[in-house]
Design a protein around this ligand. Sequence first.
Ligand code: MG
Length: 122
Amino acid sequence: MTKDTLTKDTLTELRDLTRAFAAERDWQQFHTPKNLAMALSVEVAELAEHFQWLHTGAAEELDERKREGIRHEMADVLLYLVQLADATGVDLRAAALEKLRLNGEKYPAAVVRGDARKYDEY
Ligand SMILES: [Mg+2]
């Protein structure tokens, strides 16, 4: 592990690793924003499939095989999201912080505490 790796934040490290992974395989040509968005959507569906038909999906309903499948699909989702952010020039950390701030404005805790309705329903 290089000094650079130790000082990188997690998302930057994952971005660099996905860049190297794609470059080694000459796959960058396929990684258009459209293709990455579609791949991300497929991986989200694969993740959801592990929970399909379970009562709640809580830990007691998941055996080790299912936990591994969920873990792997969550990784696929994150890796495609990181690649999509890279392909579209989005700073994913900054975007997430921005959205958390906006959600906080849209859903003030004092107004919505314990209420799961959408912002336009209360
Ligand atoms: Mg997958």
